[in-house]
Design a protein around this ligand. Structure first.
Ligand SMILES: Cc1cc2nc3c(=O)[nH]c(=O)nc-3n(C[C@H](O)[C@H](O)[C@H](O)COP(=O)(O)OP(=O)(O)OC[C@H]3O[C@@H](n4cnc5c(N)ncnc54)[C@H](O)[C@@H]3O)c2cc1C
Length: 375
């Protein structure tokens, strides 16, 4: 024991790695804890890339957070010299009148984002590998793109270490206990630590430490398909995308690189309760089936499956984020329930948690993300 940290960050993946760095920049004595050194394949951040888009179908309440996150990613890239953000554009396609695409268009209008509205054949003319009829509309956002998620996490952790942050990535935290003097006792299989405050960002497995949180864990897969049309590549201007097919599902994907294009399906997946249940890609028959409807009709230029991977979503009841303190323990700040769309916000979420611990005012409205909306 001995040293008392100002803050212990438990779970230093996407959000936690950012939180630890920004807390250290505030001059706090920071401890970073994780069961494996991130980036790794046990959490929700692997597979190299994550889409960042600002015209946001999930709701306009996310816009102010997104615009802050965007600035912080740019700062991280500039400061570190690492290859973090690729502005390849994002095209969102959906059936006219469907909630998601209409929300994308509404947010773009309301916040005066730099977008292009397309319909039916105009979508196919702009992106010859896409095939939609007049029942579909698209919003193309040139300023959006993707983030190198694993590079970003590695960068935050390295910069934190340089700022003197202590890091223990030897084993999972097994318990958090609260002393009467207000200090928090954190134990993993090797050591017990003391901290004044805790940032709890353990992603999908948060219920192992706080069983009462309203989080469902879903096994999700994504896959890389070989490309036989170079127009699907980043070099040839193919964008990242979200595509909702009427009566089917929502897919997302990235421009091709190194001969492959990465595609996933946002809906579906299997509810699991233990990490061991996140079995490898292909262990469910539907893993290799789920992208087929998209490739059969709406997106051409691929030449068969190359390989796939399994990941997890931490899903809240309304699929909106939870950004709050732990009820009864205000010294524990937490972010969870990122519901499969959280990476793009990780820079901002980490900064907010660090600011809260540092006692700084947070000027954005985080009430829509509080836990008490579920009571
Ligand atoms: C297939 C897939 C595609 C996605 N695509 C996108 C996208 O395009 N755009 C987007 O914005 N978002 C996307 N997301 C969502 C995004 O990746 C996640 O919301 C985000 O990475 C979650 O961040 P996190 O910090 O909560 O979790 P993680 O990054 O998983 O970090 C949690 C960390 O906590 C650690 N941990 C867990 N339990 C313990 C413990 N007991 N003790 C110590 N450490 C512990 C883990 O080891 C891990 O390092 C996608 C997710 C998946 C799975």
């Amino acid at each position: 024991m001995g040293k008392v940290y100002d803050v212990a960050v438990i779970g230093t993946g996407s959000v936690g790695s950012a939180a630890g760095y920004y807390a250290a920049k505030e001059g706090l004595a920071v401890l970073e804890l994780d069961s494996h050194r991130p980036p790794h394949e046990q959490g929700s951040h692997h597979g190299q890339t994550r889409i960042i888009r600002y015209a946001y179908g999930e709701g306009e309440k996310y816009l102010p957070l997104l615009l802050e996150a965007k600035k912080l990613w740019a700062d991280l890239q500039e400061q570190s010299g690492q290859d973090i953000f690729h502005q390849v554009g994002v095209v969102n396609v959906g059936p006219k009148g469907a909630d998601f695409i209409e929300n994308v268009a509404h947010t773009a209008d309301k916040f005066d984002l730099n977008v292009q509205f397309l319909e039916g054949q105009e979508i196919n003319d702009a992106f010859p590998n896409l095939h939609f009829n007049d029942d579909y509309r698209a919003v193309y956002e040139k300023d959006a793109g993707y983030l190198h998620s694993e590079v970003a996490i590695e960068t935050y952790l390295r910069l934190a270490e340089k700022l003197g942050v202590d890091q223990d990535f030897s084993s999972a935290v097994s318990s958090i206990n609260y002393r009467e003097d207000g200090l928090v006792v954190i134990t993993n299989s090797q050591t017990t630590y003391l901290a004044k405050e805790v940032i709890l960002t353990t992603g999908s497995w948060v219920k192992k430490l706080v069983p009462t949180l309203p989080i469902t864990v879903k096994r999700k897969v994504f896959a890389w398909f070989k490309i036989d049309d170079q127009r699907l590549t980043e070099q040839r201007g193919f964008p990242a995308f979200t595509i909702e097919i009427a009566g089917d599902a929502t897919y997302y994907g990235f421009p091709g690189e190194n001969g492959d294009i990465k595609i996933g399906k946002h809906d579906g997946g299997q509810v699991i309760t233990e990490p061991a249940e996140r079995t490898t890609y292909g262990s469910y028959p539907e893993d290799k089936e789920e992208i087929k409807p998209l490739l059969a009709q709406y997106l051409t230029g691929t030449a068969g499956l190359d390989f796939g991977a399994a990941c997890t979503y931490d899903v809240s009841p309304d699929e909106d984020f939870i950004i709050d303190q732990l009820p009864g323990h205000p010294q524990v700040k937490l972010v969870t329930g990122l519901s499969g769309h959280g990476f793009k916000f990780a820079s901002f979420l980490g900064k907010v948690l660090a600011d809260q611990v540092a006692g700084k005012d947070v000027f954005l409205d985080l009430k829509p993300f509080s836990l008490n909306r579920f009571q």
